[in-house]
Design a protein around this ligand. Sequence first.
Ligand code: PLP
Length: 381
Amino acid sequence: SAYLDYNATAPIRPEALAAVVDALQAVGNASSVHHPGRGAAHRVETARRHLADLLNCSPGEIIFTSGATEANNLALRAAHRREARIVTSGAEHPAVLETARDLAQNEPGSLTVLPMRADGLVETVALEQELGRGDVGLVSLMAANNETGVLTDLTPVVKAAHAAGALVHTDATQMIGRLPLDLSEVDVDLLSLSAHKFGGPQGVGALFVRRGTPLPFRPLITGGGQEKGWRAGTLNVPGIAGAGAAAAAVSRDLADDVARVTQLRDQLEHMVTTAVGGCRINGQQAPRLPGVASITFAGAPADAVMAAMPHIAASDGSACASGAPTPSHVLLAMGLSREEADCTVRFSLGYATTADETAAAAEAVVRAVHQVRAAMAATAG
Ligand code: PLP
C-alpha cells in the first residue's frame, strides 16, 4: 500500500504528535496570567518562533488561524478596499476564489481572474495589463498549485504589483514544508499556510502579515481580542504547538527531503510513462513542487482507476474539494478538456514517502489503467 496524497494532508510528524499530546495534558489558557496560563502562552510563542524561523520573518508577523481557508479569508477580507480591484488567477484554491467572488458580489468589475497558460503558469502579460489600469488593490496568487504543483515566480509579481500600488497575498499552503520560502527575499505582504500539509495537525494554520502593511483592518472573528485583535477566541494551544514542532522539523529536514522527494517523483513518472501509452504529465513544462505528479490517462476515468487500485491513496481531480463530482477547474483553466480533466490522477509525495511506496503505486496504476481501458473498450464494443 502507499499513501501518496500529501497535498490533501500529510501524515503527522512524530515531533508534532508529541507536542500536541504534551499540550493537551497541560492545563492553561494562553490568556491567563497564572503559572499554567503562562505555560500555555509559552507553548504558543515557541511555536510562533519556529514558524517565523522557517519563513525568516518576525514572530510578531504571524497570526494563528484555524487553517489556510481562514487565513485566506482573513487576508482577502481584511485587505480589500472598496473601489479597489482584486486580481487573482483561475488556478487558485476555492478558499481564495470563492472568497474573492463573495467580496466582488456587490461590486461589479471589482474582481479579475487571470487566465492560465497551458503549462499551468499565470499569463504574466495579462497581470501587467491589469496592474497598468491603476485600480488594483490586491493581487492574490498561490505560491504552488495543489493539483499540479506548478510554482508562481512571486518576485516579479511583487515588483510589478508594488510599483502599481497593490498589495500581494500568496496562498503558500502547498509550498511551505515542500520548498524553502524566505520572506526576507520574497516581499509579499500577506501569506497563508496550513500546518496539516507539512506534518502538523489539521485545523491550524497561520496568516503572515508583513509589519507596516497598510490594511483597512477588520477581523473576521471578534471577541476577546486574542492575536492582537486579528482573531479572537481561546487559542488552540495543542494545535499551535503541533504546528510549531512540525515547522521546526521542516527547518531541519527540508533540504534533504527536497532532493529525495524529487527523485522519487521523477522515478514514479518515469515508471508510469514508460509503461502506459496515452498519458501526459500536467505542469511538467513549468517549475513544479518536488512531490507532485498530475497524470492524465487518456480514456481511463480517474474514479475508475482509483477504484481499481484500492491500496493506493492518491487523488482524482479536485484535491481539497474531492467528493464533488465536478471536473478540476485548475486543469480546465490550463486548457484540458472536461474528459481529460476527469481522466487525471494526482500523486503527491512528501517527507515520509518511501521508494517502496512509489514503486507499488507505479505498478498499481499501470495495471489499473490497462484494466480500465480494457473494460471501456469491451463496453464500447
Ligand atoms: N489552499 C490550498 C492551496 C490548499 O491546497 C488547501 C488545502 O486544503 C487550502 C488552501 C485549505 O487549507 P485548510 O485545509 O487548512 O483550510
